[in-house]
Ligand binder design. Structure first.
Ligand SMILES: [Zn+2]
Length: 399
């Protein structure tokens, strides 16, 4: 995904181009030039290029509509990307209410319809037979089409977002609303593939048919992703730290010398990563191997673990009842490998790393994830590409 080219920013929102965008730019230019053949060679091509660029300008303004309304609700917009099938605004999280979600969804089509009226007006004011009048009339119709196409009621289209907002309002359950709107998107996607094949078969318009089918395929893929992310968000909200924590840590005597600690534990081949020190039956804190390395080796015999322990009050912790969303966000925000879970009495109840989180989610959803994969996640400290829980938790609004 990072193959997109950054070409600048608008209102502080980074603007990206998918390299495949140029394919569409070329096709659009060709298409427009052919329809403006009457203008003659160079002029028809120039008009074609200008129209293709204005088409993408229209898509951009449409996306900007969504983006600026989202931003007015305090939601971050990460980027706007123009790609093969139009534009997409990467809006970081869901609006707080169905009404606000509706406003974000409808803003794009509203911009497109406003452009339609403006350009239509311009076309009418200009000399009807002039090239400019024809071009602005064409661009007006394109914007109308853009609005109408996007209002088809299935995710990932704007109409799907509107449907979602309406269902959310009616049922009061955002997750259920997204799933239903995604289902509508999947059905429409299959219908588009069917329609595309029918167009190919009945009219012989191969490119048009393939294009419709591709749009359908793209729609299905995205609708399915909405469904998946929603299921994950729902699952994360149902889990708390206690569901994910493990006891993959060791407790060592705080009065032991650094030398003894090093000999006993650090040389073990299967040494666990996390050590807590205790004395008199109480947890004194966490032992960081990095701190041990800082101490001169000559001091290892005389100094005890007490001298390098980090008290539990000074390290990042959560409680057993902390929601998993918060645990994930904390790991990401503070860039931690793991976090300590405290019991109500303030003792160490467990630790959680990204591997534990993936395991808990997989268990809840009855997904099969190989032990080797969990082990790798634990070692690398990254979520797998197919389960980007960091981003998903960030977009999960807790209410
Ligand atoms: Zn839109």
């Amino acid at each position: 995904m990072q193959t997109n080219w950054r070409i600048g920013s608008l209102f502080g929102i980074p603007l990206f181009l998918d390299p495949l965008w140029f394919v569409i730019l070329g096709l659009a230019t060709l298409n427009f030039s052919l329809s403006y053949q009457a203008l003659g060679g160079f002029l028809s091509w120039s008009a074609g290029v200008v129209m293709a660029l204005l088409l993408f300008g229209s898509v951009l303004l449409h996306e900007l509509g969504h983006s600026l309304v989202a931003r007015s609700q305090g939601i971050k917009v990460n980027s706007i990307t123009l790609f093969l099938f139009g534009g997409i605004a990467a809006i970081e999280e869901e609006s707080k209410t169905p009404g606000k979600a509706f406003q974000v969804a409808i803003a794009g089509p509203v911009v497109s319809i406003a452009l339609f009226f403006l350009l239509q007006l311009l076309s009418n004011v200009l000399n009807q037979t002039s090239a400019l009048s024809i071009m602005s009339g064409d661009l007006a119709r394109i914007n109308l089409l853009l609005a109408l196409f996007n209002l088809i009621p299935g995710l990932p289209l704007d109409g799907g977002q509107v449907l979602k907002a309406a269902l959310w309002k009616v049922t009061g359950n955002r997750f259920q609303a997204v799933k239903l709107a995604a289902k509508a998107g999947q059905i429409l996607g299959y219908a588009a593939i069917g329609l595309g094949l029918a167009v190919d078969y009945l009219t012989g318009e191969l490119v048009t048919g393939i294009w419709i089918a591709l749009l359908g395929w793209f729609g299905i893929r995205n609708a399915t992703n909405y469904d998946r992310v929603t299921t994950l968000q729902e699952t994360l909200l149902q889990l708390v730290a206690a569901n994910a924590m493990t006891r993959d840590f060791r407790v060592v005597d705080a009065d032991k010398s650094l030398r003894t600690f090093a000999d006993m534990y650090l040389l073990e081949s299967t040494a666990p990563q996390v050590y807590f020190a205790e004395s008199d039956g109480r947890y004194r804190g966490i032992i960081s191997i990095d701190d041990l390395r800082v101490v001169e080796r000559s001091q290892w015999e005389t100094q005890t673990l007490n001298s390098i322990v980090h008290p539990l009050t000074e390290i990042p912790t959560v409680t057993e009842s902390t929601s998993l969303v918060e645990v994930i966000n904390k790991l990401e925000c503070e860039q931690l490998r793991y976090i300590t879970v405290l019991s109500p009495a303030g003792a160490v109840a467990g630790v959680i790393d990204r591997g534990d989180i993936v395991q808990a989610v997989a268990q809840k959803l009855s997904l099969r994830i190989a032990d080797a994969d969990i082990k790798r996640i634990k070692e690398e400290g990254n979520y797998p590409p197919t389960l980007q829980l960091g981003a998903i938790a960030k977009s999960t609004t807790q209410s």
